[in-house]
Design a protein around this ligand. Structure first.
Ligand SMILES: C[S@@+](CC[C@H](N)C(=O)[O-])C[C@H]1O[C@@H](n2cnc3c(N)ncnc32)[C@H](O)[C@@H]1O
Length: 586
């Protein structure tokens, strides 16, 4: 496989600040809202994105045109987008190869018409093979092309031993799966786990007829034979040979052993494995470097939608869950050429909306935030960043699907995460290890930031110990805490699976901390105060109309915001806040 990332990193020298001067206080705004339905948000999926619209006010408040902004945990590069559109210059860093790929493509302009033409060439290149992979018949026996195939688990009844498809027990209108299942033969009803799984097979097919009209029908024996035939077919083009090891946290949380997963290729059906390898081969054949990168940008998103993780939704809009490797029992195996065509359309909207006002696109670095090699001391005007939140999302695991195609996978040893499943030698980490990595990263941030410069850090966690680790790391790095804000992401950070205890709560409101590196003149940090009256704080916050209707998570986030603004060193767990709230209601 080509190492795609090398080309992204080779570009340009580090930007140099033209001076500037930081303001004395953070913005007055205490609540920042993030919208998910914009061209910026939808160009490529990534876990826990902060949209550029939410970042922009901070950039405009804390910097001037020409200033240098750093995001050491840049993810999909949304900070770079906000920076490029406000005439500032950015340095974007992330440990993940996938993040470098997304950041590069999000922050480089691209000619949408040329991209559509390049995609047409790709589509023509793969047409003959794809006709074979996705061939089917409509209800009258005429040739048609598969749009998607619903794969359902087959189960055996523990009492009468009859085998049946889960799909045949589902309410077709809602498509909703309940915990319990009823055997269609003997009507024995029990928790779904009691019906052993005997494999997965095509159950229902959506197709396009030759005249372009659409239809659906139950899968036939021939459809199942076609799927089995593809299983025996040799790879049409090289498929990335990347292991998905069973000691990865996401492997265990998503019980991938039940799906027989050993490698990234097992996350695909045979049809989509063949189709995606062929599509990737055609993408790599584009002679123009920018087009190749932009096609690859549409491809990685497609390759994620093309996995078995794509959850069937009876109301339409099938998609995988973000922030997990969960493979559902009803999955929609999609025609990947159709997905890629749609992604190209979304990218065209994106590049129309992306209007950088600087000639210098962000500088991309792929490495650990603990060592920002090449970035000089006191050289950065402002930092905006959204670091990993402890044990919420395992980026190295979730990004593996994309990185397998890109030819370079994240080094887990440096990932800032609490990961108790992996051996220490493979990147396993305790809360102390996470705290150490965050402390090193905050030290680096303090080193490269100009004296008097600001760092805005988005954060949330339900565990007070994680908050303490972050707060201690920031204090040890010499940062002062100033008035924080709240970010309403209008989404849940991760869905569809639960944490180790089966009760992990998901953040919705994040705290946006404003930290300042002191100058020699103002280096006296505000005194730290330990201790607070939680019952009083919960009563005060929930009595305010703005917070009372945010639910327990919103009340906890506001309490954390107030404590962080005051430079507190002790914090409540989310569960503590919830218990106080429940007691107040009872
Ligand atoms: C919350 S995400 C950032 C998302 C980003 N704000 C966006 O809008 O897409 C945190 C990022 O930190 C990265 N990361 C984890 N450990 C890291 C480390 N030691 N150094 C640099 N990046 C790291 C992950 O790969 C992930 O992309």
């Amino acid at each position: 496989m080509d190492d795609f990332i090398a080309a992204y990193l080779a570009e340009g020298a580090l930007p140099k600040s033209k001076g500037g001067g930081a303001p004395d206080a953070p913005p007055q705004e205490r609540m920042v809202a993030a919208s998910r339905n914009t061209a910026f948000y939808n160009a490529h999926s990534y876990h826990t994105k902060v949209p550029p619209e939410a970042i922009r006010p901070f950039i405009e408040h804390f910097t001037k045109p020409g200033d240098v902004v750093l995001d050491p945990f840049c993810g999909s590069g949304m900070t770079g987008v906000a920076v490029a559109m406000t005439g500032r210059r950015a340095i974007l860093n992330d440990l993940s190869t996938a993040a470098a790929h997304l950041s590069f493509n999000h922050t480089r302009a691209c000619d949408g018409v040329a991209l559509a033409d390049a995609f047409e060439r790709v589509a023509q290149d793969v047409a003959e093979d794809f006709q074979r992979y996705y061939a089917t018949r409509d209800e009258t026996g005429k040739p048609a092309t598969i749009r998607w195939t619903l794969w359902s688990t087959r189960h055996a009844c523990p009492t009468c031993e009859t085998e049946f498809l889960l799909w045949d027990t589902v309410d077709r209108k809602s498509g909703r799966l309940t915990r319990g299942t009823t055997c269609p033969e003997c009507e024995y009803r029990a928790d779904r786990g009691k019906f052993s799984v005997r494999g997965k097979e095509p159950a229902h097919i959506a197709f396009a007829r030759e005249d372009g009209s659409r239809g659906e029908r139950p899968a036939t024996k021939q459809d199942r034979r076609d799927a089995a035939r593809l299983a025996k077919e040799e790879d049409s083009a090289p498929f990335p040979d990347v292991a998905l090891e069973s000691d990865r946290e996401m492997y265990q949380r998503c019980a991938l052993h039940l799906q027989g997963v050993r490698a990234v290729r097992d996350m695909y059906t045979d049809r989509n494995r063949l189709a995606l390898a062929r599509l990737w081969q055609a993408v790599l054949a584009d002679p123009d470097e920018r087009m190749r990168a932009a096609l690859a940008f549409a491809f990685t998103n497609t390759a994620w939608h093309g996995t078995k993780m794509r959850r069937f939704n009876a109301r339409g809009g099938h998609r995988p869950l973000t922030g997990t490797l969960y493979v559902p029992q009803l999955s929609a195996e999609v025609n990947v050429l159709h997905v890629m065509k749609r992604k190209i359309g979304q990218l065209r909207s994106y590049y129309r909306a992306f209007t950088p006002t600087t000639e210098n696109p962000p500088h991309i670095m792929c490495g650990s935030a603990t060592a920002l090699t090449g970035v000089s001391d006191n050289s950065v005007d402002y930092i905006f960043t959204d670091p990993p939140f402890g044990s919420n999302i395992f980026y190295a695991d979730c990004n593996l699907i994309w990185e397998a195609w890109l030819g370079r996978v994240t080094d887990q040893a440096e990932e800032a995460v609490v990961n108790r499943s992996l051996a220490v030698s493979r990147g396993g980490k305790s809360l102390e290890d996470y705290g150490r990595l965050m402390a090193q990263s905050l030290n680096e941030m303090a080193r490269v930031l100009k004296p008097g410069g600001w760092a805005t850090v988005v954060f949330h966690n339900t565990d007070k110990a994680v908050w303490r680790a972050l707060s201690e790391a920031a204090t040890a790095a010499g940062f002062e805490f100033h008035e924080a804000a709240s970010l309403d992401r209008k989404q849940q950070s991760h869905k569809g699976y639960k944490g180790r205890g089966g009760k992990e709560n998901v953040a919705h409101f994040d705290v946006v901390m404003n930290l300042r590196k002191p100058t020699l003149a103002n280096s006296a940090s505000p005194a730290k105060r330990a201790g607070f009256d939680l019952v009083r704080m919960v009563a005060e916050v929930s009595a305010e109309p703005a917070f009372g209707n945010r639910g327990a998570q919103g009340v906890h986030a506001e309490i954390m915001r107030r404590l962080m603004s005051a430079g507190q060193t002790e914090f409540p767990d989310f569960q503590d806040v919830r218990k106080v709230l429940e007691r107040a209601v009872a």
